[in-house]
Design a protein around this ligand. Structure first.
Ligand SMILES: [Zn+2]
Length: 368
């Protein structure tokens, strides 16, 4: 397995197009051809994490938070980031980061947090917008299946847990080709009428080029007639935050104790009445305050996130129980999910890959 394979594996789980536009995700340091056999997984890169990677002979560190975030004007030991970049390059350790793209994925930060808190079948709190298109192609009836299969293989027709989703209507297609054409059906200069299917499939915007190419190569016609539409639907496959129900209601007091235990939080901050009973829980690992109104609109009783400001608690008013359980504490749960994904990918490829979760906390915040 090489670094390019790791990059490809993450593209299938948490593709980079789902990341915040100003984020910096993917390979941070390393050659794509570099062989990878031992991965250390951590939330951040710190000098301690690099030392742990050296000690355990890791050739790749996978983190959630990117080391290189702002454009660097130099790479030297004069600043902490440059010093870490040099240290990693000198020790030939690659670095890969999955940040806001991992926030947006099933099995990512918020879904893992929801699972840890016992939320059953979580859904995205805010599905990603402006990321979907629809392709409608006109194809002779007997070729509809092969074209649909090619489009599905290119990434079309995915709706949540459902694959190869399409809709087909039948009708008559007509054409008269020129004397320079080589039509699959009929003869040049003659008006032809063919039983055709209008085959529609939903496509992530990022896959449109690949899907159209696959569709054209599977289609029997010399000139393929198709339409591309931009959709305003939320994307059911990627989004921010997660929401779902606890198996049974509990008091706020009991829920907060549950959060502290599950996330290993020494203390947390919250607003609202501790005596209230809650069951519908919204979460967003890390700084998720901007989703507060979405959580209220989705009728959540509680919203668990981090980095909440004084006025954030104030604006929650009595509309929702707002819980700040800490940035590191609400995100570090995703490390188990990263380790699990990497191990199962390696197993499915029949490759030996050592994947270890760091034993150290990279939380810069201490509670006194
Ligand atoms: Zn974070």
């Amino acid at each position: 397995m090489n670094l390019a394979n790791i990059e490809k594996l993450f593209e299938t789980w948490a593709p980079r197009w789902t990341a915040w536009e100003r984020d910096n995700v993917g390979i941070q340091i390393g050659r794509r051809s570099k062989r990878v056999s031992n991965i250390l997984v951590a939330l951040d890169v710190t000098p301690e994490i690099v030392r742990e990677a050296i000690a355990t002979k890791a050739d790749l560190i996978v983190t959630h938070h990117p080391l290189l975030f702002r454009p660097a004007s130099s790479v030297s030991d004069a600043d902490p980031v440059g010093a870490l970049v040099l240290m990693l390059a000198e020790k030939r350790i690659a670095l890969f980061s999955a940040h806001t793209n991992l926030d947006s994925a099933v099995g990512g930060v918020s879904f893992t947090l929801a699972g840890e808190l016992g939320i059953d079948k979580p859904a995205f709190l805010v599905p990603l917008k402006d990321t979907l298109m629809k392709v409608a192609v006109f194809v002779p009836e007997q070729h509809a299946d092969v074209v649909a299969t090619a489009m599905a293989e290119g990434g079309a027709g995915v709706l949540g847990e459902y694959r190869s989703c399409s809709f087909r209507t039948t009708g008559k297609g007509t054409f008269r080709s020129s004397e320079y054409s080589s039509p699959t059906i009929g003869k040049p200069l003659q008006l032809e009428t063919v039983d055709e299917v209008r085959l529609e499939m939903i496509v992530p915007r990022s896959c449109v080029t690949a899907v159209v190419a696959a569709m054209k190569s599977a289609h029997p016609y010399e000139e393929v007639a198709y339409d591309l539409y931009t959709l305003e639907n939320g994307n059911p496959n990627f989004g921010m935050g997660a929401i779902g129900n606890l198996s049974k209601p509990m008091t706020v007091r009991a829920f907060l104790a549950h959060v502290k235990k599950k996330l290993h939080v020494g203390s947390l901050r919250f607003s609202g009445s501790p005596a209230q009973t809650v069951q519908r829980i919204a979460v967003c690992g890390g700084s998720g305050s901007e989703l507060l109104e979405d959580a209220i609109r989705a009728k959540a009783d509680v919203f668990v996130t981090a980095d909440v400001r004084y006025h954030g608690f104030q604006s929650a008013d009595n509309r929702i129980i707002l819980v700040d359980a800490g940035h590191y504490e609400t995100e570090h749960v995703v490390l188990n999910s990263i380790v699990g994904h990497l191990r199962s990918w390696a197993k499915s490829r029949g490759e030996n890959l050592v994947v270890t979760k760091s034993k150290q906390s990279t939380n810069p915040i201490h509670v006194f």
